[in-house]
Design a protein around this ligand. Structure first.
Ligand SMILES: Nc1ncnc2c1ncn2[C@@H]1O[C@H](COP(=O)(O)OP(=O)(O)O)[C@@H](O)[C@H]1O
Ligand SMILES: [Mg+2]
Length: 301
C-alpha cells in the first residue's frame, strides 16, 4: 500500500509535467483565424464574447489556443442544473475549517475564482444550462469583474481575466435558454460552423499524424460526414471528431490486417463503428439500419 502510494505520487508528478509540455494542435485559418482575431479584439475592447456552434466544431479548442497564445491558463465549467455557485466560486473545506476557521487557508477556490485571481481565460460551456439563479451569480463577475466570496470579502478580478461563453446554436431558444440578464452581458457573438472541406481534411490529418491517409480515403470520409449534415433524418450529425475517429480507426484496422491501403470494406466497417453512436436520428428512426444504409449510399457497396 505504502509502495503503491509512493509510485502513484511519482507518476502523478510525471503526468503533471506531461500536461505542461503539451501544445495545442489547431488549424488556424478561415473561421478559426477570424474567431481568434475577434477574441483578441473583444478582450482589448473589454467586451465579453460568446462562441456559438454545433458540438465538436472547435469551440473549446480555440479557447485553449487563445489562452496558450496569451500565456494564460484556461479554466472552464460546463453548465447543468446541478451546478451551484460554489462550484464556480469555491467552498470552504469543513475539515480545515475545524482547525483554521473560515480563513483563506480553508477555502478551496473554484474555476471562476481561480481565473479571476490568476487572470485566466474562463470558458463557460453551455452556460444556458445553468439554473437562472447560477446564471445570475455570473452577472457581477462578467459585468464588473468583481465577485463576493462568502466570509472572505469582495475581490476585483486581475487584468487577465477573460470570460467567454460557448454554446450550441440549437439552445439559443427552447427549454435551456440563456437568461435575458446574462445574454445581455455577452456583447459579441462569434459563429463557428463546419469548416470548408479542405480545412476539415487538414484538421483530420493533423489529428492523425501517425497514419498515412490518401486523398481518396480523405475524400470518402468527408463525403460521409458531410452527408450526415444535410440529411433531414439526422438531428445531430457527424462532428469533426467523428471524421477523425473514422480516419484513425480505419488506418489502425488496416495496419492490423497488414495491408498497405485502406480498403473499401475496412472504411465501411470503421465508419459504422463510429457513426452508430455519433449520430442522433429523428425519433422513430432506428440507428443501426439507418447508419448501414447511409454508409452504403455514401461509400458505395
Ligand atoms: N481548427 C481545428 N484544428 C485542429 N483540430 C480541431 C479543430 N477544430 C476541431 N478540432 C478537433 O475537433 C475536436 C473537438 O473540438 P472541441 O473544441 O472540443 O469542440 P467543441 O468545444 O466545439 O465541442 C478537437 O479536440 C480537435 O481534435
Ligand atoms: Mg467544448
Amino acid at each position: 500500500m505504502q509502495n503503491e502510494m509512493l509510485q502513484f505520487k511519482k507518476n502523478f508528478e510525471e503526468r503533471l509535467a506531461a500536461a505542461q509540455k503539451e501544445k495545442v494542435r489547431i488549424v488556424i485559418k478561415e473561421q478559426y483565424a477570424d474567431a481568434f482575431d475577434v477574441l483578441e479584439d473583444c478582450e482589448n475592447a473589454h467586451l465579453i464574447p460568446g462562441i456559438i456552434g454545433p458540438p465538436g466544431v472547435g469551440k473549446t479548442l480555440i479557447l485553449r489556443a487563445y489562452a496558450e497564445k496569451t500565456n494564460r491558463d484556461l479554466y472552464w465549467v460546463t453548465g447543468d442544473e446541478g451546478v451551484r455557485p460554489s462550484h464556480l466560486t469555491g467552498a470552504f473545506n469543513p475539515s480545515i475549517v475545524l482547525n483554521k476557521g473560515f480563513s483563506l487557508e480553508a477555502f478551496e477556490p473554484g474555476p471562476l475564482l481561480k481565473s479571476m485571481v490568476f487572470g485566466g481565460v474562463f470558458g463557460l460551456n453551455e452556460g444556458n444550462r445553468l439554473s437562472e439563479y447560477v446564471q445570475n451569480s455570473l452577472l457581477d463577475p462578467f459585468e464588473e469583474g468583481s465577485i463576493s466570496v462568502q466570509r472572505l470579502g469582495r475581490i476585483k478580478a486581475s487584468e487577465g481575466f477573460f470570460p467567454v461563453l460557448t454554446m450550441n446554436p440549437e439552445e439559443m431558444s427552447g427549454a435551456h435558454r440563456l437568461s435575458e440578464a446574462l445574454r445581455d452581458r455577452i456583447r459579441v457573438w462569434i459563429r463557428l460552423g463546419y469548416p470548408r472541406k479542405e480545412t476539415e481534411l487538414e484538421i483530420i490529418k493533423m489529428n492523425s499524424p501517425e497514419y498515412t491517409l490518401s486523398d481518396a480515403v480523405l475524400e470518402k470520409i468527408y463525403g460521409l460526414v458531410s452527408a450526415t449534415r444535410v440529411s433531414t433524418d439526422i438531428e445531430i450529425p457527424a462532428s469533426i471528431r467523428a471524421g477523425i475517429s473514422i480516419a484513425r480507426l480505419s488506418a489502425e484496422m488496416t495496419k492490423r490486417q497488414k495491408e498497405k491501403t485502406i480498403s473499401h470494406a475496412t472504411l465501411s466497417s470503421a465508419a459504422t463503428y463510429v457513426l452508430v453512436g455519433a449520430l442522433r436520428f429523428r425519433p422513430g428512426i432506428d440507428a443501426e439500419p439507418a447508419v448501414n444504409s447511409l454508409v452504403r449510399r455514401s461509400l458505395g457497396s
